[in-house]
Write a protein that binds this ligand. Structure first.
Ligand SMILES: [Zn+2]
Length: 210
């Protein structure tokens, strides 16, 4: 598995320190379980956090500290532990939650909802799209974090294959399409809904808004 898109340093730091909200943490956890590099980063950040707590320093992690960890990891060969590959049809990060059945929302497009509490209205769901599917052209009204579990999609910012993490916000407007060859399955935390464009978008709006 070659992973090229990772969560930002800030996201990993928030995840490691437990300050990231539950909905987004699930998607980051799914990535971390597949990515040896981020797993090592989170582990190192947790150790720094633990040391800081022991010294009773209330200051937040400095950016330099994160950079130091990252550069140490780049030269560290001890990050080759095998990634955890879940056996069930949803990622281990979802196992504490009720996960609904797959529902068809369009041609070659399915979603299933996970029952995750969120204070800011972020919804967690899985999306499954047949090879060659164009997802509706959309603009975000909030953040959309995605971890690819199988298959691959493309959009303006590149190719996203298994394990890749996509951190999109309201500045992103895109029309992803699913690569030929394999069904694409993603885990998504979506805040604030999508603004779907075009006639396909209008058709899907009632479904995708959940
Ligand atoms: Zn990673």
């Amino acid at each position: 598995m070659t992973i090229t898109h990772h969560p930002s340093d800030e996201t990993l730091a928030a995840f490691a320190s437990g300050t990231l909200d539950e909905a987004r943490s699930i998607v980051v956890a799914a990535h971390v379980s597949l990515c040896a590099r981020c797993r090592a980063t989170v582990h190192a950040l947790e150790q720094i956090g633990g040391a800081m707590v022991e010294r009773a320093e209330p200051a937040p992690l400095r950016a330099e500290a994160i950079e130091a960890v990252m550069s140490r990891l780049d030269s560290n060969s001890d990050v080759s532990a095998r990634p955890h590959v879940p056996k069930q049809d949803y990622p281990l990060a979802l196992s504490p939650y009720d996960v609904g059945p797959w529902r068809r929302i369009g041609r070659g497009l399915y979603w299933r909802k996970a029952d995750v509490y969120s204070q800011d209205g972020t919804r967690v769901f899985m999306l499954k799209a047949a090879p060659g599917t164009w997802l509706p052209h959309h603009r975000h009204a909030g953040t959309e974090w995605t971890c690819v579990l199988a298959g691959a999609f493309h959009h303006d910012l590149g190719r996203y294959g298994p394990g890749d993490f996509d951190e999109a916000d309201e500045s992103v407007e895109h029309r992803p399409f699913v690569e030929q060859g394999a069904t694409c399955v993603c885990l998504v935390a979506l805040q604030g809904g999508l603004k779907l464009q075009g006639w396909i978008g209008r058709l899907l709006q009632p479904f995708v808004r959940l």
